[in-house]
Design a protein around this ligand. Sequence first.
Ligand code: NAD
Ligand code: AKB
Length: 319
Amino acid sequence: MKRILIVGAGGQIGSELTRNLRDIYGDNNVVCSDLRQLTGPIYERGPIERIDSTQIMQIVDVVKKYNIDTIYNLAAILSATAELNPMLGWNVGIGSLVNCLEVARIFNCAVFTPSSIGAFGPSTPRDMTPQDTIQRPATIYGVTKVTGELLSDYYFTRFGVDTRSVRFPGLISNLTLPGGGTTDYAVEIYYAAVKGEKFVCPLKKGTFMDMMYMPDALDAMINIMEADPSKFIHRNSFNVTAMSFDPEIIYNAIKKYVPDFEMVYEPEPIKQAIADSWPNSLDDSCARKEWGWNPKYDLDKMTVDMLTTLREKKEKGLL
Ligand code: NAD
Ligand code: AKB
């Protein structure tokens, strides 16, 4: 049985990954940690530790204490927030990664660190972006992601550390709100629809980006770490996607079920510039071939599930 440490477990992904990993590997085999205090039923099912992942000894102590063999490194500052404070974006993204890799090298752990569509830039082919292509991002977030991909491959080839990763698109979920990303609008639009509010869209009509529903993202993170590595040609990092849309398409998908829903456009310059530098759609055929990536949710299936779940939360007074 794996002994797993999640670093940065308090965020949009970590809150759901903690639950799913504990369902599979057992509550006491999954240690969740974050800089912030973790409270609530999902976290309290098993061990909780406070780790600032920019401090290597804090990771070392927990890895030794629980005999950890697998690290999910989720600590980062997302694209729009990092653009407002580039040094913070670099220090957290790279500090956490380097520390996790060093600890993994010394204590023989596997490491998963998500990359992003943010690892691409304006000179990358925009449509059906290939697995292996130009990566010259125009954001500090993207610079940390490309660095992370290279460092993770280096630790594998140089030291044999079992590093694996996917390039996530925007993730849509309904448990924990996203924090500071460019794709956050695609989550916020569902909350507005269910609350009966007019949605103010921070991106222009025609701004296409890849997206994915959280259940598929969780499967990606768990399946890639379980995959037979003898089939890998790539490691850090695989393109994965489930759908591509612009604000108008997701608005109309929601309007089908919420006919009086209204949206206006008020583009935010930083988010718009970031989104304009990212691909419209990814080619994820290498992930499909090398470890069986196969998402289950398209836009309509995700929309029905998001609206149902958020309406239930609203009825319980949780929205
Ligand atoms: P998030 O911002 O919701 O969560 C990040 C967590 O890291 C937070 O709980 C925060 O408290 C924690 N953290 C920050 N600094 C820390 C530190 N020094 N030590 C320990 N913890 C610290 O982010 P997320 O959406 O859950 O993303 C997780 C990872 O997935 C990041 O690497 C992100 O770049 C990547 N990713 C996310 C998306 C997405 O749409 N959510 C898409 C692509 C890639
Ligand atoms: C962001 O918008 O910063 C993230 C991402 C796609 O990496 N959601």
